[in-house]
Structures are given as structure tokens and as C-alpha cells.
Design a protein around this ligand. Sequence first.
Ligand code: FE
Ligand code: CA
Length: 525
Amino acid sequence: MTHEINRRQALRLLAGAAAAPLILRYGSALAGSTNTFPFGIASGDPWPDGFVIWTRLSSLPLYPGNERELPASIPVDWEVALDESFRTLVQRGRTQALRQNAHAVHVELHGLQPGREYWYRFIALGERGPTGRALTLPTPDTRVDKLRLAVASCAQWERGLFSAYRHMAAERPDLVLFVGDYIYENNTEPGSTQPIARPYGAPEATDLAGYRYRYALHKTDPDLQALHAVSPWIATWDDHEVLDDYSGVWSTDPNVSVEQFQQRRAAAYQAFLENMPLRRPPIGSNGSPQIYRQFRYGDLAGIPVLDGRQYRSRQPCVAPPHFGKGHMELSTCKDLGDPTRTLLGFEQERWLYDNLRTSKSRWNLLAQDLLVAPLRAHKPDTGEDRYWTDNWDGFQAGRLRLIENIRDSRVANPVILSGDYHSFWANHLYERPEDPDSKLVAPEFVGTSITSNGPSYTAIQSVLPDNPQIRFFDSRVRGYLSLDLTPQRLEVRMQAISDRMDPKATVSTLKGFVLESGSPQLNEV
Ligand code: FE
Ligand code: CA
């Protein structure tokens, strides 16, 4: 059955790696990685008696379509231990890396003890891969005193180096919440004046080979590998894992049919699932993988992880010249407040609201991809109100349902954690979202990007006086959110790196907030 190959054949298969042009170009990116495991390892989606461990075998050099150089099936052994030196092995097994999955391997472990650290590694083609740290969740009825989280989004390869990931790794968070844009499908347009930190070496990703290449390239980065090796990830996607600003089954291009776009989307989703340490997702009623899901970290934190892309209604106010692209839209456009439109999809809404109503967790952290708080900006010439269409401002009735359901569920200490906007935000979500005299329902934090360009600081600053729900905003820095949670309080640090072009970039805390249990009020540190 097994397609065994011996070590000599394996070495021949993998030979020449160091001489490949792309590898030379990214030579430093490969320091510390191996020939068999050039993309490192990862763990994720922990549960009380296990977690997913991941790796992806490859032959180098890295270029689109190179997966054919490996046999169709390669045996991969895995080991899980109680200690980093693997003196106390608790489980081992064998699986197969299959060409049809781009030689990615997901092992879903069971039978481990809840609420503790484990170490894992893979062995394939005669080579032992790097060692990773994972953890099991404490059971939901376990009293838990603390949880350290890091929240990240938006890692555009071309825009900078992944120093933010390196500094996240140094914090050794218990969990990484990744809220979208792990890759970017598109390339910087030719002729752009944007400085390019490092090129993709491939055209825009539009098919399975293209998306697989994107993930492979990112995963050669040592800073990203370090973060995956040290902490389990809980990840969701946003638009750039497929196509900038797509909405549900609709492309942004009016000339691309729903059928054509669904094919592209399915390829992109497949590559995401191959390359991220997710548990195998159920297939939803639309025939596509369902990645919204719920985690409970002991009695301390419920973490619903949402999908803000797959089930959306079409983009609001589709018309030339924007068609399906995000844009600033006059508040008179009826789509913005249409209650028949949804950002989460009505099934996911129902699932979330049921979850909130039944949650017994002391804190409830909603991890999702898009800014929830409103941002109203007037048109400079006419003074008319406008909203950005691609986030919750484009789905305002859906936002109201979300906020009202959080309020009515009486869920303890709801906090929203968001991505996409390439900037730090701390917001108050009111029951009437633009009325700070109405009931405060939940705070929201938006992490900035790992590397992607932020929106104009001056443009958004200039409209903040009209938006008192926005308590803090800064788009000038790259970085991530660092969270320390106890039963009594949540501390949030906005961690900024010094320079995304500098491989030795340092990190500092730009701003800190504290929430006390029982109050949604943001307190500046
Ligand atoms: Fe982004
Ligand atoms: Ca996005």
C-alpha cells in the first residue's frame, strides 16, 4: 500500500534545494528549516483531550506546482510527549502525506490530559522535523485563573517582514487568534510606488496551485514558523484568502459569474484548510466547509470564532464604478440598513445567538474579521454622511441584530476582537451604535496588521469627532494585540513594531486598556 522510498531516493528528490533561485532570494527565510519540513509545523484548534498537529512536506525549490515532485503518498510518523526533549512519549502514530492534499498532514489527537502543555514532532523521509509546543484546553467546568492571548491579522508578504510574528512568539501566548488575511491573493500593481519588501515571484493566486504556493511561500518565513511552533492557533479567514472584498458567492468583478467565482472560492478554501492547523470542518448546508466554531477555555473564556465572508449577502449598493468593491457609500443607499441582508448569514447568526445565550463562561471573546463599530464620514463637498461598505457598516441591520442579541443574551463580559482594518481601534458598541447616550453593550478591539498598509491616519482622525464610539485609533504602526485575561480583568496591549522593513524590528506597547469584569467600559492604562 504505502509508497515507501528509501533515504537515498529521498535525498535525490530533495537535492538542489539550496541552489534554487527563489530560495537564494529568500535564503535567510529558510534558516533553521529543513529540506523535508521547509514550512515548519503548527498546532491548533485545541480541545480538552487533544488538538490538531500540522505539517506539510515539500521538495524545494519552491515554485507553483512543485507538489508533483514528491510521491503521491509519503508515510509520516508523529510523536507527542510531555516534555520538550521527548523523554516521556505519550502517543505516536503514522499517517500519510498525500499529493492530493499538497502533502499537508493534519493529525487530530485524542486521549490526552486536559489543560496542559505537550510537545510534538514529525518524522518523514528519514528526517525529523522541528519540535512544537501545543496545549489541550481545560475542561469547561475547570476553574481557570489566567489566559494569555495574541490577536493578529493581515500579513501581506510584499509589504514587510514578519517581525510582529516573532515578537508574538516571544510572548508565548496560550492561544493565537488569527482573524483573517493570512495571505493576500493579489500582487502590487505594476508601476505602483509602494515599496516592496519581498516579491511573491508568482502572479495573483486564482486557482489551487496559486493559493497553495502563497501559503508555502509565507510558511518559509522563520518568524511565522516560530509563532506556529510555540503557540496553538485558532484561525479564521477574511477576504484576501480568496479575493479582495468578495462577499459570499459574489466576486467583485461583475464579469465573473457566481458559478465561476464559487470554483475559485472552493480552491482558496481548500488551500486554507490544507495549510492551517484547523480541525477537519463539517460541510455546511451550502456544501462548503463551515469554519465558524466555538472554543471554551475552562470556565474563563468562551471564544466563538466567526466567518464574516462565506455567508454574506452580496456587497451593498453594487453599481458602477465600484460594482462589488468596498467603497464609501452615501447613507441614503437602502442596502446599508436592509434587514433582509446579513454579514454572518442567518444560520451562523442563529448559531452565534444560541451560543451566547447558553454560555457559562466568565468572559466571551468573539473573534471575527471585520470592524463592528460604525464609522460615519461626511463627504467633504456636500457634507452628506457616508459609510464604508465592506465591513459591518455595509450590513447595519445585521450589526444591530448582533448587538441586540449580545445585550439580550446577558452573556458575561462580551468583547469583540476584529481585524481587516490595518489599524488599532478601541471602540464602544452601544445598543444604538452611533448614540453614546444609549446602553453600552460591549467593547471592541481591532488589531493592526502584521505588515499591510494602514488607512490614512489624518482622514480617519478628522472624522473621529463625529464618532464618539471610537475611543482610540491609530493606523500608523504594524503589530498585534496582546491580551491577559483573569476572572477579574482583561488587559489589552496594542503592540507595535518599530519598522516592518527591518528584520531586527523591536516591539513596544503603543497603548493599553483594562476592562473590569462586569463592566463593558474601556479604561485607558
Ligand atoms: Fe488585510
Ligand atoms: Ca480584509
